[in-house]
Every structure is written in structure tokens, then in C-alpha cells.
Design a protein around this ligand. Structure first.
Ligand code: AMP
Length: 187
């Protein structure tokens, strides 16, 4: 089972991906986490993406596609993947379909976490206070939300056409959302 957790920044994708990893053994592939790790390690890639990420903009398709390609190769025995924060553009989605196809696999399900904008603002303000992520500050978050609307939301019709899109109410607490995701996956 390969699934995409889809939704705007702070919709709860990372939290739910970690639960699915613990409960089902799927491997979480978060390009955001990979990029943050690259920055922490001080690598050349990390230095190249730092300012782009802090401003809330998307890094290039080439960079994130290469990260996913490496991660797929490194986890060839995984029982399934949870793509978290990837794909974020139609070009990334097409590249993902092609990469999985080369491994005889496909995306089976795209879970769209639906959260209204007031709730997103509340969550991100709380996370900024608790974790201090530079891109959670209100200006950068607005850029991220705009990038989601302009570049990532067009993926919805892409996956809808493939019959893979399932909407899940992401407004409730972590447990309730997790149950709704499990129900969608276990039909
Ligand atoms: P996230 O933790 O998924 O919200 O990602 C944090 C930041 O990393 C984003 O605001 C982008 O700058 C960058 N990033 C993560 N994933 C992608 C992606 N799939 N495409 C482009 N940029 C990404």
C-alpha cells in the first residue's frame, strides 16, 4: 500500500504519517524532514535550500524528486510508503508515478486532510510558539499557504481523475482523524 497524505501545511500530515508508520510498518517519506535533516547536517544541499525554505517557498522539483528516488531505492523492502509533503507539484506527481512504475508499484490512495484556514492559522501559531520553526512565522506561513493553493492544489484533479482521492475531515483531534484515515484505508 502506497499512500499520499495530502493537505495544506499544518493540516496534520506528519502527525498522522507517524501513527501509520507505528501501526502498519509503512515507511514515511517526508521531503520536509529530509530537507531539514540536510540543513542540520550542514551539507551543500542543506545550505542551498535554507533561505528558500525559511521564506516559505518550494524548493525545485529536481531536488525533491532526487531525494524521493534515493529513499525509494534505500527502502526497497518496505511494505508500503506514506508520502508526506510530496508531491507538491504536478511535475512531482508525474515523476512519482513514473518512479513507482519502474518498481512495479503505484499510488493506491490519496488521503486529503480537510482543515479550514482559521484552524490552520491556530495550529501553526501554536507550533511556532512551541517549536520555533522559522517557516511557521506568520509571513512565511502565508507564502507556504499561497504556494499550496497555486502549485499543490492543482494535484487534486490529477488524483481525482485517477480515482484515488479520499477526503477526510482533519478538524478533529489526532485520534478521531486517525480513525477516519484507518476507515478510508480499510474499505
Ligand atoms: P514541510 O515540512 O512538508 O511543510 O516542508 C517544509 C519546506 O520544505 C517547504 O515549505 C518547502 O520549502 C520544502 N519542501 C518540502 N517538501 C517539498 C516538496 N515536495 N517540493 C518543494 N519543496 C518542498
Amino acid at each position: 500500500m502506497n499512500l499520499v497524505l495530502f493537505g495544506p501545511p499544518a493540516a496534520g500530515k506528519g502527525t498522522q504519517a507517524k501513527r501509520l508508520t507505528a501501526e502498519r510498518g509503512y515507511v514515511q517519506l517526508s521531503t520536509g524532514d529530509m530537507l531539514r535533516a540536510a540543513r542540520k547536517s550542514g551539507s551543500e544541499l542543506g545550505q542551498r535550500v535554507a533561505a528558500i525554505m525559511d521564506a516559505g517557498n518550494l524548493v525545485s522539483d529536481e531536488i525533491v524528486i532526487a531525494l524521493i528516488e534515493e529513499a525509494l531505492a534505500a527502502n526497497s523492502r518496505a511494505p508500503g510508503f506514506i508520502f508526506d509533503g510530496f508531491p507538491r507539484t504536478v511535475a512531482q506527481a508525474e515523476a512519482l508515478d513514473a518512479m513507482l512504475g519502474r518498481h512495479g508499484q503505484q499510488i493506491d490512495c490519496v488521503i486529503r486532510l480537510e482543515v479550514d484556514s482559521q484552524k490552520l492559522m491556530d495550529r501553526v501559531a501554536k507550533r511556532f510558539a512551541e517549536e520555533g520553526r522559522a517557516d511557521d512565522n506568520p509571513d512565511a506561513y502565508k507564502v507556504r499557504l499561497d504556494a499550496y493553493i497555486a502549485q499543490t492544489a492543482p494535484l487534486l484533479p490529477y488524483y481525482e481523475r485517477q480515482g484515488k482521492l479520499v477526503g477526510v475531515d482533519g478538524m478533529s483531534d489526532v485520534e478521531t482523524v486517525a480513525r477516519a484515515i484507518a476507515a478510508a484505508l480499510d474499505v
